[in-house]
Design a protein around this ligand. Structure first.
Ligand SMILES: Cc1cc2nc3c(=O)[nH]c(=O)nc-3n(C[C@H](O)[C@H](O)[C@H](O)COP(=O)(O)OP(=O)(O)OC[C@H]3O[C@@H](n4cnc5c(N)ncnc54)[C@H](O)[C@@H]3O)c2cc1C
Length: 280
């Protein structure tokens, strides 16, 4: 199928883009890499009256590094992250996650911001960003609004972004040198979306120990009692704490999805304790 007709705008500044969006009264959509929006338009699941191309906006393409964090423009592509063209606050984890998104052709165009706004539960940044305590920076008619990554995804394919806002950047705190972190996704073959995702982060000097399950029916689940859960999983068994974690993520006992997520947690803990768990 082909998309319905639409108008096309190519603003030169963020302010212009926000004005175009406001003028469209909810019927226009920002266009980033087009890797999700394009197929949705072709299937007529999305029929925006106008597309506002945001890929050339400087505000969305820049990266800033300070002593404590890295702020990555929303229009930075997965490929740029994979290639190490921007500083990695997670000591190489973002780079390896980027390399496992889809295929290189998709990564060349798909963007960090587009993926986060699309809010597919099976996608990668939507699950990783809350684990690493990121903050989203959204620009609207009244300026910049900060949204904690744990509050970002409010439902399947729904983010906390309002229809008159543009995601400008994502700020990611730098992990300490001694931090350990892991992210594991199960997919049938490289390039496919995840069927089960799990991740862990231990950063003792910042007093952080967190755990996540993703690729369920909704937002990723931040798991409580992460340290005890890690200890249990290190025994090689998904015991009572893992069971509680899986249930809290909305997975029904003994289903295929439950079992896949249990395996994802076990493998994510193995990664955490391996060389790959170390900061690079
Ligand atoms: C074959 C295939 C396999 C894939 N596999 C994976 C995978 O394994 N893991 C994974 O994570 N993803 C995967 N994806 C999705 C891919 O990562 C897309 O790049 C991503 O979901 C959308 O990014 P985009 O830049 O193309 O956004 P677009 O498609 O341009 O936009 C997506 C949505 O976000 C909105 N939007 C985009 N940017 C902004 C912004 N800055 N502010 C406000 N709204 C914005 C658009 O209006 C639209 O609603 C796959 C895609 C394909 C086609």
């Amino acid at each position: 199928m082909k998309s319905a007709n639409f108008d096309f705008e190519k603003p030169q500044t963020l302010e212009q883009a926000i004005s175009f969006l406001a003028a469209s009264q909810g019927l226009g959509k920002p266009l980033a890499g087009g890797q999700s929006l394009g197929p949705m338009m072709n299937m007529r699941l999305a029929q925006p009256e106008s597309l506002i191309d945001i890929t050339a906006l400087d505000a969305l393409r820049k990266t800033e590094e300070t002593a404590s964090d890295v702020t990555i423009g929303a229009a930075i592509t997965h490929a740029a992250i994979e290639d190490g063209l921007i500083p990695d606050a997670t000591g190489g984890l973002m780079r390896s996650v980027a390399a496992d998104i889809a295929y290189r052709a998709v990564r060349n165009r798909g963007t960090l911001g587009g993926s986060l706004v699309h809010a597919d539960p099976a996608a990668d940044w939507i699950n990783l960003m809350p684990l690493v305590n990121a903050t989203m920076l959204a620009a609207g008619p009244h300026g910049i609004r900060e949204i904690d990554a744990t509050q970002w995804m409010v439902g399947t394919f729904t983010s906390a972004l309002q229809e008159n806002e543009i995601l400008v950047a994502v700020r990611i705190p730098k992990l300490s040198k001694e931090a350990r972190r892991s992210y594991y996704k199960i997919n049938r073959k490289p390039g496919e979306f995840s069927e089960a995702t799990a991740g862990f982060l231990i950063d003792p000097s910042r007093n952080i120990c967190s755990a996540m399950i993703g690729a369920t029916d909704g937002p990723p689940t931040h798991l409580s009692r992460a340290q005890e859960l890690i200890t249990e999983l290190r025994s090689g068994q998904a015991g009572p704490l893992a069971h509680a974690a899986l249930i809290s993520a909305g997975l029904e006992s003994d289903t295929h999805a439950y079992k896949l997520h249990a395996v994802a947690m076990l493998r994510a803990v193995s990664l955490l304790d391996s060389k790959k768990g170390e900061m690079q």
